[in-house]
Design a protein around this ligand. Structure first.
Ligand SMILES: Cc1cc2nc3c(=O)[nH]c(=O)nc-3n(C[C@H](O)[C@H](O)[C@H](O)COP(=O)(O)OP(=O)(O)OC[C@H]3O[C@@H](n4cnc5c(N)ncnc54)[C@H](O)[C@@H]3O)c2cc1C
Length: 181
């Protein structure tokens, strides 16, 4: 399949026909599949977007550097509050995503349930990554939109995060269920 981003991770359909798995290869006991699956998904949703924390960190640093270098009417664009506040918002999202991830990771490593916390961490990081990538493009102006600079690539990569490992909508369903709604 050709994708809009994440080109370092090829994607394909996988068909398994007439495949018998020997009993000794089964994970856990009979009837425990759903529990094992949910536990694995809690781990996956906690960590799957950890790499986006690093991307957002780079975007904040690069946006701040560019805003101080790029001058208009003799002044760096960082002196425009609309620009500096956009970078402040990028930093706020980065920190919130990082700490939500750490909280879910701490719960899992303590052997505690983290269905709601891992869903919150994943939804927030996925949506923060898209917002941060859009902000990075905006701050770089025309250069941000040009493919030569590689700044737009982060947006194409980030959009997938709202789909894999539970779409943002399905994760919101999990959060609402946990709230008893
Ligand atoms: C980059 C990438 C990597 C992936 N990697 C993997 C992988 O490694 N392993 C794997 O198994 N799968 C993988 N997937 C598949 C991914 O998990 C699914 O695409 C995803 O779960 C959505 O399923 P779907 O495509 O069938 O969309 P659908 O389930 O058809 O959803 C379509 C839309 O309807 C919404 N929707 C569906 N159900 C509900 C509901 N109950 N309430 C509200 N809205 C709903 C969805 O949120 C979505 O917006 C990957 C997908 C991408 C894009």
């Amino acid at each position: 399949m050709h994708k809009m981003g994440l080109n370092g991770a090829p994607m394909a359909d996988l068909y398994i026909d007439d495949c018998r798995v020997p009993k000794e290869n089964r994970l856990g006991g009979e009837g425990q599949g759903a529990r094992i699956f949910s536990d694995s998904m809690e781990w996956e949703r906690t960590y799957i977007l950890a790499w986006q924390i690093g991307v957002m960190e780079r975007q904040v640093a690069e946006a701040a550097r560019y805003a101080q270098e790029r001058k208009l009417s003799g002044k760096p664009i960082s002196t425009f509050q609309a620009v500096s506040h956009r970078i402040a918002d990028m930093r706020i999202r980065l920190e919130a995503a990082r700490w939500l991830l750490y909280r879910a990771a701490w719960l899992k490593s303590e052997g505690k349930p983290a269905s709601m916390e891992s869903a919150i961490a994943k939804v927030f990081a996925a949506e923060a990554a898209v917002a941060s990538a859009l902000d990075a493009i905006q701050i770089h102006g025309g250069y941000g939109y040009a493919t030569e600079m590689g700044i737009e690539r982060a947006l194409r990569d980030a959009v997938g995060g709202r789909i894999y490992s539970g779409t943002s909508e399905v994760l919101r369903n999990i959060i609402s269920d946990e709230l008893g709604l």
